[in-house]
Ligand binder design. Structure first.
Ligand code: BG6
Length: 478
């Protein structure tokens, strides 16, 4: 491990995301030596906090990560707090001076990572001030931006143009934490190492693809945000689309960022645009009601949610592509809150012609991205190593999937390395927004009959009917 040097400026340093994800990820990097002596973190937010108080919140955020008090305290000494109003130019000057001072103190090579962990409406303002107050240095300057990246194609364009006044595309790291998940990252490698499987990923042999991101929790305390999003914007436009990119892309020339983005770009460019009629036929929306016992609240009863809200908490749909490889193959996608279990998975359902390649007819290969017991690959529901089918061997070591890095940790390493391989590029994003906008607009024209599924159930019946119409069924039905 080589140690990395940078000053991190975390906008939203007192917030939930920073404490839940960023500090634990950084701490793990600290423990493994990626961050060591030459890094400092400036947390900013409006409230007036002292460095000491801020450090104590950082240590508190590590409660579930470690109990090594000494290491946690040492780690927290790299953290500094700056009270900050995002619209006040003077505050950026103060930030710039503090960063310069920490640069000297920790010898961080003038490198800056600006991390936007604040409300999305401030992304543009902060980026513009970084420019106007001259915060950029002669080291590297990387902007990390959390989702949502806009809420439509147009708003994403506006946001992007305000960011690109300050940062070039190669300096912008758009987070999609699903791209940091181990199985999603391994997928490319698995495909490249199993030539028969890779060959079978084609319309000749694939009956259908299924991508499910189900959650058992409801909106919890995020009702305010969720009311502006819904699953379509929260999960489909980003995580589901990026997973489609990873399974549907052609083999990249090399395993580097440029080659991977080249083949991914093609996937998003090949998404077959929907007509409004196709939205009605191919997409289903739902919103959760109470559970059977009446203990769990309906979505419309949640905090900060409109009592007549028409926001969807469930989406199922059929995505198709216009290139030859995937000609006629449905990519069924599904995501929802308050489903029976948390499951993030890709099911590849082969047809009977796959026998030509020596694979048993109608085999299903499942990539479990994020179940509780860790990721793995199943062949017809059985662990691939016990399934006794040699078209998928990866790798020989049965403990391979045991030591996964957490998504944020892995993405943080990429940012420190200057590697955009697992981040969303602007051209990809434009196409996914255009695709999703058509669905949104069609739905906004009609009042749905909500709620239409009970909490802790698999979703509205229409989601099963969607596949039945094509003679298919969902592999995962909880
Ligand atoms: C986030 C969404 O991007 O992903 C949340 O905003 C969702 O609504 C979460 O709960 C799911 O991520 P994970 O890693 O828990 O599957």
């Amino acid at each position: 491990t080589t140690e990395k040097s940078a000053v991190f400026i975390i906008f939203g340093g007192s917030g939930d995301l920073a404490h839940r994800k960023l500090y634990p990820a950084m701490y793990n990097l600290y423990k493994s030596g990626v961050l060591k002596d030459h890094f400092a973190v400036i947390g900013t937010a409006r409230r007036p906090w002292s460095d000491d108080y801020y450090r104590s919140t950082v240590v508190d955020s590590l409660e579930d990560v470690d109990d090594d008090e000494k290491a946690m305290t040492e780690f927290s000494k790299h953290f500094f707090y700056q009270s900050h109003d995002v619209t006040d130019s003077d505050h950026y000057i103060a930030l710039k001076n503090l960063a310069a001072k920490l640069d000297d103190q920790f010898d961080t090579g003038h490198n800056r990572i600006y991390y936007m962990a604040i409300a999305p409406r401030f992304f543009g303002t902060v980026a513009e001030h970084i420019n106007s107050e001259g915060l950029k240095t002669d080291g590297y300057n990387r902007l990390v931006i959390e989702k949502p990246f806009g809420r439509s194609f147009d708003s994403a364009c506006d946001l992007n143009s305000s960011l690109t006044k300050t940062f070039s595309e190669s300096e912008i790291y758009r987070m999609d934490h699903y791209l940091g998940k181990f199985m999603v990252q391994q997928l490319t490698d698995i495909r490249m190492k199993n030539k028969t499987f890779e060959k079978a990923l084609d319309h000749k042999y694939v009956s259908n693809m299924q991508i499910t991101l189900s959650e058992s929790l409801g909106v919890e305390d995020r009702g305010g945000y969720y009311e502006t999003a819904g699953v379509l914007r929260d999960m489909i436009q980003n995580h589901i689309m990026q997973i489609i990119g990873a399974v549907a892309m052609d083999e990249p020339a090399k395993l580097d960022s440029d080659s991977i983005h080249e083949v991914k770009r093609a996937v998003f460019a090949n998404l077959k645009d929907l007509t409004p009629e196709e939205v009605d036929q191919n997409f289903v929306r739902g919103q959760y009601g109470e559970d059977a016992t009446g203990k769990l609240k309906a979505y419309r009863e949640e905090d900060n949610v409109d009592a007549n809200s028409n926001i969807e908490t469930f989406v199922a749909g059929k995505v198709t592509m216009s290139n030859e490889r995937w000609d006629g193959v449905p990519f069924y996608v599904r995501s929802g809150k308050r489903m029976p279990a948390k499951s993030s998975r890709i099911d590849v359902v082969f047809n009977d012609k796959v026998e030509e390649l020596g694979i048993k007819p109608n085999t299903t290969v499942t990539f479990l991205i994020e179940p509780e017991n860790g990721s793995s690959i199943l062949v017809n529901g059985i662990d691939y190593q016990s399934a006794n089918q040699d078209f998928i061997k990866f790798p020989e070591d049965s403990h391979y999937f045991d030591n996964e890095r957490e998504a944020y940790e892995s993405l943080m390493i990429d940012i420190l390395d200057g590697d955009q391989i697992h981040f969303t590029l602007w051209d990809e994003l434009q196409n996914t927004w255009k695709y999703v906008d058509v669905i949104r607009q069609q739905w906004d024209n009609e009042t749905p009959d909500f709620p239409n599924y009970m909490s802790k159930t698999i979703g509205p019946d229409a989601a099963s009917e969607l596949l039945e119409k094509d003679g298919n069924t969902w592999v995962w039905d909880a």
